[in-house]
Design a protein around this ligand. Structure first.
Ligand SMILES: [Zn+2]
Ligand SMILES: [Zn+2]
Length: 168
C-alpha cells in the first residue's frame, strides 16, 4: 500500500466500527479498488463471498483458495477487488475449459471413428453362420412337424438350442 500523503487521512474506520464498535479516529488509507477509507489493519481487500457460496464451489482447488481468503484476518470485504479476482479467475478458467474441451473433442472424434469401424464390422457379418444354421433347422423342424415325426422334431429343437448357446 502506498503511503503518500494523498492516500492518508484521519477518521473512523468503517470496518473497525462495524466489527469492534470502535469509533475512534485513526490514520486511514484509501483502498485503490473501492476507494473506501480504512485503518491499516483493514485497508487490504478481501473477497465478498458467503460461506455457503464457498461450500457450493465444486472445483476443489478454487474452494481451497476461497477458504484461504475467507480465513484472512483483518482486511475489508471489497466488491471491486472481488470482481477483479473472479474476472482474472474466469480468464484462467476459460483457458482451462478450452484445453479441456479440446481434449474432450479429440476423445469424441476417436470414439466416433471407433463406432464407425465397429458398424462396418457388424454390417460385414450381417448374415452369420448362426443365422443360416437356425433358418435351415427351422425349415427342417417345420417339415418334420408337418410329417408328424416327433422324435426328429425334438432332436432338431435340441440342435437349435445348442446353436443358440454356442453362437451366442
Ligand atoms: Zn479498521
Ligand atoms: Zn476496497
Amino acid at each position: 500500500m502506498e503511503n503518500s500523503n494523498e492516500n492518508i487521512k484521519f477518521g473512523i474506520c468503517p470496518e473497525c466500527k462495524v466489527r469492534y464498535n470502535d469509533s475512534s479516529e485513526k490514520k486511514l488509507y484509501q483502498c485503490p479498488y473501492c476507494k473506501g477509507w480504512f485503518c491499516e489493519k483493514h485497508v487490504e481487500p478481501k473477497l465478498v463471498i458467503t460461506w455457503s457460496a464457498i461450500e457450493r464451489t465444486r472445483d476443489r482447488i478454487l474452494k481451497e483458495k476461497l477458504y484461504e481468503e475467507w480465513r484472512k484476518e483483518g482486511h475489508h470485504p471489497c466488491s471491486i477487488w472481488t470482481m477483479q479476482y473472479f474476472e482474472s479467475l474466469e480468464i484462467k478458467e476459460k483457458e482451462e475449459r478450452e484445453k479441456f474441451l479440446k481434449a474432450l473433442d479429440n476423445i469424441e472424434k476417436r470414439k466416433k471413428s471407433n463406432q464407425y469401424s465397429k458398424s462396418l464390422e457388424v454390417s460385414k457379418r450381417k448374415i452369420s453362420p448362426k443365422d443360416v444354421a437356425i433358418i435351415l433347422m427351422l425349415i427342417l423342424l417345420i417339415y418334420f412337424i408337418a410329417v408328424r415325426n416327433i422324435t426328429i422334431s425334438i432332436f432338431i429343437l435340441l440342435v437349435l438350442a445348442l446353436i443358440a448357446v454356442i453362437f451366442r
